[in-house]
Design a protein around this ligand. Structure first.
Ligand code: SF4
Length: 98
């Protein structure tokens, strides 16, 4: 007598497992991309304390350059260089692209 479910996908193998594996891998990739672009909860960045005047900070972008795509930005309003708060649309002379 044969099991009617023999050959059917289950939790440990087959197409079901492949789909689950693909979903986990894509979710991990998206999380890694989000962290790379905007920082994440495990960031080791330390808040800076340079005054906005010293950094020549402005609360608007400089062309395409803005805090949100700067390597020093710490979401949501922090920065490794300039004292908080800074805005994701702000900019200063220490800007450095991701
Ligand atoms: S542009 Fe300046 S203020 Fe904005 S995140 Fe970068 S270093 Fe900080």
């Amino acid at each position: 007598m044969t099991d009617e479910r023999e050959g059917a996908p289950n939790a440990l193998s087959g197409a079901g497992a492949s789909r689950r594996r693909a979903l986990v891998q894509s979710a991990t990739g998206i999380a890694a991309l989000a962290c790379a672009l905007g920082g994440c909860a495990t960031s080791t960045k330390v808040q800076g304390n340079m005054t906005k005047e010293q950094a020549q900070y402005q609360d608007h972008p400089s062309g395409l350059e803005r805090c949100g795509v700067c390597r020093h930005f710490i979401p949501l309003t922090g920065c490794e260089i300039v004292a908080a708060p800074v805005q994701s649309n702000g900019w200063c002379q220490s800007y450095a692209f991701l």
